[in-house]
Design a protein around this ligand. Structure first.
Ligand SMILES: Nc1nc2c(ncn2[C@@H]2O[C@H](COP(=O)(O)OP(=O)(O)OP(=O)(O)O)[C@@H](O)[C@H]2O)c(=O)[nH]1
Ligand SMILES: [Mg+2]
Length: 307
């Protein structure tokens, strides 16, 4: 018997790699957009407004050579402290521990104090890849300036390497995937190959409604609200979903509902269409508004929501 071949008797990964990748960065740099493009499906909600992502969201990418389990995190909060922000930051710190590699996302040509604060939270013993996003922007078109920007940021932390991408336009995303693979341990895949997230349909439904609130409401309001799934049932091949939007104050209710209920109708129609696409089934969706005051500072309530 050839001793060198004895390992072949055991189940092995055969060069296959599988591991965890945390995506971190300050709010609005494009972390969720990046994750959606990496896995090729819209799992994590995105918006022009900062602090869109509130929960960690896992997205799974699988191909013939590797399975990458991405964890999209809320943008690290550096502004005001309250129970919600503290918890969001705790989630980010937790997400960074126990992963194989970290993707630190920054916006091309824009490195702020907020970016620096997040950078200081990066662990020393896990490889961190600097990913410069939004290279489609005009200010990033000058190659020399972009390189100078990368050099400046790289001087502040010992990155394992760097990549440039445009998440929104899907530029160099495949390249980033290849760059990440060697950081993963050899392992058989942990999830079935057709699985794209470990989040429940319930969670995804709630997130979709939250995204529409961000899209259709003014600057401040979406931060003062939360979304709760009150019922989620499958009946005759159709999903019946009942969702409550929780606002802080009574006077915020009409803002969400709109004149003659127009705004709420728009929000729920768009949410329903997104849900039908994601779940690949017909959806009956009912969304309404409830008042729950002071929730952003109510830690116990946050815990109930799983935050
Ligand atoms: N021009 C350009 N815009 C981008 C790119 N990637 C993301 N964006 C935009 O940047 C904004 C923020 O994107 P998100 O993916 O929600 O950012 P995020 O980092 O997840 O934000 P938080 O969850 O709030 O921390 C959205 O308006 C995106 O469309 C890109 O490659 N180029
Ligand atoms: Mg996000």
């Amino acid at each position: 018997m050839n001793i060198e071949n004895t390992n072949d008797m055991l189940p092995t990964a055969d060069g296959y790699r599988c591991g965890f990748v945390a995506i971190v960065g300050r709010p609005n740099v494009g972390k969720s957009t990046l994750m959606n493009h990496l896995i090729g499906q819209k799992i994590s909600i995105t918006s022009k407004k900062a602090q869109t992502t509130r929960h960690k969201v896992t997205g799974i990418y699988t191909d013939d050579t590797a399975q990458l389990v991405f964890v999209d995190t809320p943008g690290f909060q550096t502004d005001h402290r309250n129970a919600l922000n503290d918890r969001l930051n705790l989630n980010v710190t937790e997400a960074m521990s126990g992963v194989d590699v970290i993707v630190f996302v920054v916006e091309a040509m824009r490195f702020t104090e907020a970016d620096r604060t997040v950078m200081k939270q990066l662990p020393k013993h896990t490889p961190v890849l600097l990913v410069v996003n939004k290279i489609d922007k005009d200010k990033a078109k000058d190659k020399l300036a972009l390189q100078a920007f990368i050099d400046t940021v790289s001087a502040e932390f010992e990155f394992a390497g760097h990549e440039v991408v445009s998440a929104k336009h899907g530029l160099r995303i495949a390249h980033l995937l290849e760059t990440l693979k060697p950081y993963l341990p050899e392992s058989i895949p942990l999830y079935p190959e057709d699985m794209v997230t470990d989040k429940s349909s319930r969670f995804l439904a709630m997130e979709i409604v939250r995204e529409k609130l961000f899209r259709y409401l003014g600057e401040e309001l979406p931060y003062a609200m939360n979304v709760e799934v009150e019922q989620f049932q499958e009946e005759n091949g159709m999903y019946h979903i009942y969702i409550a939007v929780l606002v802080d104050k009574e006077n915020q209710k009409p803002i969400v509902i709109g004149k003659g209920g127009e705004k709420l109708k728009k929000i729920s129609t768009e949410a329903r269409l997104d849900m039908e696409k994601l779940f690949d089934t017909k959806v009956f969706l009912k969304v309404w508004v409830k008042v729950k005051s002071g929730w952003a500072d109510d830690v116990r309530f946050l815990k109930e929501l799983g935050l």
